[in-house]
Write a protein that binds this ligand. Structure first.
Ligand SMILES: Cc1cc2nc3c(=O)[nH]c(=O)nc-3n(C[C@H](O)[C@H](O)[C@H](O)COP(=O)(O)OP(=O)(O)OC[C@H]3O[C@@H](n4cnc5c(N)ncnc54)[C@H](O)[C@@H]3O)c2cc1C
Length: 510
């Protein structure tokens, strides 16, 4: 089956993770004709499997990645304005451990962190006495001194959707569940073939430029368009465990592990605690990544070195793993994967009169907007495109919560929908931002939201996710568009599956 689309894009992006989505969003906002293809669900690659920190990365000061830290720190407050419902402040507490980094070093590192940050909203760092501070309550008595500092938390998979919605607002075509198969240059054009994952049907398109944002699959995709890759990619697995909430308060902990690494534990989805992550080499296909028993033992042992009330294997309600697509630059400590740079870089392949392709290597969730702006600068150097990115000031769909900010919006939302249970209203605002009202679409009571599927998931929300956010499967809905998988029982998940099976869907590209 072959479907020839006579469409010619200015830019076609391969990969619907955070970096591909952000580039498509930036390019569409400049008025370019943009297409994007993703072979799985959006964010199903690395971008739903991160630690979900929007952070400068205190640990990267140790590898002298000062530029990355500064750029990432500045992004925090930009993203808080651009997607205020999906990025919010997190106060982290770093206990001092006598056998690890000296106190003066941590203090100095944090002063530098504050200095690099250009903070307007986030609080500066401070030394705290855990025997007097509430954050000490969850920790063993052995820990007395600590430092509290600011970073942010975010919802990685929903940031991807927000960027895709931004791209779509700018007129982009989003080719959901279409695998990029091959592309060949024809002078100033790329001739592109996609495969519809559901039935193997082929679609051919054209574009003046390509972006390879396939994350861990970047080398495979480059091979499919016969573009050489001049660097060695290292896949590094990172895993997380999620357990019931372990302490009161909204702060997280940044813990020094016995092997000199740093590990986070923070409140997750209101009733849970997330613990992670690890840094393990991964040699197999990215899609096969899974947590190992050793990683679980490691994380439990390390976190229990600090927590007063130990966490056990039986407490684990969910775990997930991802692979970081990192590349070697010779900067890190020998053999220590945690010290390989997390910064991004690009290669651009183009010749006289030849259509260009930009390949994206690495990058962090935190720096996606900046990476996109930078990627477009590279392409604008060889294409006659508008040079300025509007992304520093643009607000993404859902982020338009008004000048008073997200808290004021949340309060007014609750007043306008008093019939919604408070936790459900909170979830809607965090998940959809101002789009929550579009989803509710005139509903005046819970019955208007249609049958209850389970937890606080009603049919209305499922329909909205399928009609406006490209959701198709149970996993899309309960693990990437939301984290309701933590709350739904197997029977309720079965009910959702039955509903999806019978429900008609929209076409796969929109
Ligand atoms: C354990 C872990 C913890 C992390 N923690 C943080 C953190 O706290 N903060 C932070 O800032 N960053 C963090 N990161 C980094 C961050 O998650 C990644 O840098 C980011 O998600 C990479 O996004 P991406 O778009 O490059 O790749 P991906 O999200 O993997 O997207 C690439 C996409 O390309 C698609 N694709 C591949 N081949 C094809 C094809 N042939 N056709 C169509 N589509 C294709 C894939 O399906 C995939 O969806 C973490 C990463 C890991 C693994």
């Amino acid at each position: 089956m072959s479907e020839d689309q006579q469409k010619t894009y200015d830019l076609f992006v391969i990969g619907g993770g955070i970096n591909g989505a952000a580039i498509a969003c930036d390019a569409a906002a400049r008025g370019l004709r943009v297409g994007l293809s993703e072979m799985q669900d959006f964010a199903e690659g690395t971008s739903s499997r991160s630690s979900k920190l929007i952070h400068g990365g205190l640990r990267y000061l140790e590898t002298y990645d000062f530029k990355l830290v500064r750029d990432a720190l500045i992004e925090r407050e930009i993203l808080m304005r651009r997607t205020p419902h999906l990025v919010w402040p997190l106060r982290l507490v770093l206990p001092y451990v006598a056998s690890q980094r000296p106190r003066w070093m941590i203090r100095l590192g944090l002063l530098f962190y504050d200095y690099l940050a250009h903070r307007k909203v986030l609080k500066r760092s401070e030394a705290i006495d855990l025997h007097k501070h509430p954050a000490g309550g969850a920790l063993k008595n052995d820990y007395r001194h600590a430092f509290a500092y600011s970073d942010c938390r975010g919802d990685d998979a929903r940031l991807v959707i927000a960027n895709l919605l931004g791209a779509k607002r700018g007129g982009a075509d989003i080719w959901a569940r279409h695998r990029f198969v091959t592309a060949a240059r024809d002078g100033e054009l790329w001739r592109i073939t996609l495969e519809k994952v559901s039935d193997g049907g082929q679609v051919t398109l054209q574009s003046r430029a390509l972006v390879n944002a396939a994350g861990p699959w970047v080398v495979d995709v480059a091979g499919r368009m016969k573009v050489p890759v001049g660097r060695k990619l290292r896949l590094v697995r990172g895993s997380h465990i999620v357990v019931p909430r372990q302490w009161e308060g909204e702060h997280g902990y940044f813990l020094q592990t016995q092997d000199g690494r740093l590990m986070e534990a923070f409140p997750y989805e209101r009733d849970f605690t997330s613990i992670g992550t690890t840094d393990e080499p991964w040699e197999d296909a990215p899609e096969k990544v899974a947590i190992s028993d050793q990683e679980i033992d490691y994380m439990l042992a390390e976190v229990n070195g600090f927590l007063r009330k130990p966490v056990t294997r039986a407490d684990i309600v969910w775990s997930y793993s991802g692979v970081r697509p990192l590349f070697e630059t010779g900067g890190g400590r020998d053999g220590d994967l945690s010290t390989l740079t997390r910064d991004y870089s690009f290669e651009i392949d183009h010749g006289q009169g030849q259509a260009p392709v930009l390949t994206v290597f690495g990058g962090k969730l935190t720096t996606h907007r900046r990476l996109a702006e930078h990627a477009m600068q590279k392409l604008c150097a060889v294409m006659p495109w508008p040079a300025n990115s509007p992304s520093r000031t643009d607000i993404l769909p859902g982020g338009d919560v008004g000048p008073a900010g997200i808290e004021a919006y949340r309060n007014s939302f609750k007043q306008r929908f008093p019939w919604l249970p408070e936790t459900q209203a909170d979830r809607y605002v965090q998940q959809f931002g101002a789009r929550a009202e579009e989803m509710l679409n005139g509903a005046g009571n819970l019955a208007d939201l249609g049958p209850l599927i389970g937890a606080d998931l009603h049919q209305r929300e499922v329909d909205y996710l399928m009609d406006t956010e490209w959701a198709r499967t149970v996993e899309d809905i309960i693990w990437r568009r939301s984290k309701l998988g933590l709350r739904l029982s197997p029977v309720e998940i079965g009910r959702l599956a039955a509903y999806l099976k019978d429900r008609p869907t929209l076409p796969q590209s929109s």
